[in-house]
Design a protein around this ligand. Structure first.
Ligand SMILES: [Mg+2]
Length: 260
């Protein structure tokens, strides 16, 4: 079955359908730094059209939810940030249980990491609940990782964090049992959705693919998961999805077709 055939029923029943998408690498082309990433006016327009039609349109990111919202610049969408640990809904921020104590911890984690990597080409990203180490700009990626790993081990001994690895990024996030998948499933159940589409390009998106598939097994629910391919993405992302798209342009075309 092709992707359009798989989604015909979604288009026909938008009132019980959720459209969920990762941001970086899925709705926006990967940029040299997180701050320089942006979405195009065409993608923004497609999201606007989708939001007029479907019950839920959610952006699901590793960024802080307010950072994701700043980048997408659309009111009315659901913004799930920090890999599912906090979200903005109808203008209000919400947090998963046990997350708030990390607001106090994250700044000192960031300061320590900044000291460690001050004289390197590794960039430390400050996040409200943790920090991320980006080595996209490092000339020697293996050498960068060799610097990163022992420091991460030290931080794990000191802070109750867990490690998340992605496309040229190693992140420390709260060691709380919640991920993108758990966050989406909670929304699907609360909104009584019976169909959900999820698009993503990185390993943390696999959590969402799997959680939706599990929902399919236990409830009257239909899920479609779509991986966005790149020469950087791990093969396991495409292997875990139902379909694969070649890049952000194909994502935009699919979103437009869904919105028609
Ligand atoms: Mg991504």
């Amino acid at each position: 079955m092709d992707i359009h055939s798989a989604l015909v029923e979604f288009k026909a029943h938008p009132g019980v359908t959720g459209i969920f998408s990762d941001l970086d690498g899925t709705l926006s082309a990967i940029a040299r730094t997180p701050e320089s990433a942006s979405i195009t006016p065409d993608v923004r327009e497609a999201l606007t059209m989708l939001n007029e039609k479907y019950k839920v349109v959610g952006i699901v990111s590793g960024r802080d939810s307010d950072d994701a919202k700043r980048m997408v610049e659309l009111e009315g969408l659901l913004y799930i940030g920090s890999h599912g640990l906090e979200w903005i809904e109808e203008g209000r921020r919400h947090y998963a249980p046990q997350v708030k104590k990390y607001f106090g911890m994250a700044p000192s984690l960031y300061n320590e990491l900044s000291d460690y990597f001050a004289k390197t080409d590794i960039r430390v990203e400050k996040k409200s609940l943790g920090a991320a180490l980006h080595y996209r700009l490092s000339a020697d990626k293996d050498a960068a990782l060799a610097l990163i790993e022992p420091v991460v081990e030290k931080m794990l001994a000191k802070y109750p964090m867990q490690v998340v690895r992605g496309r040229f990024v190693v992140e420390l996030k709260p060691d709380v049992a919640q991920d993108k998948g758990g966050a989406i499933v909670a929304i699907c159940q609360r909104e009584e959705l019976s169909k959900a589409l999820y698009l993503g390009d990185d390993v943390t998106d696999i959590d969402a693919f799997r959680a939706l598939r599990k929902l399919e097994e236990t409830e009257n629910f239909k899920a479609v998961s779509v991986a966005v391919a790149s020469n950087e993405a791990a093969d396991e992302v495409a292997e875990a999805a139902d379909f694969t798209l070649a890049g952000v342009d194909e994502v935009e075309a699919l979103l437009r077709w869904l919105a028609e």
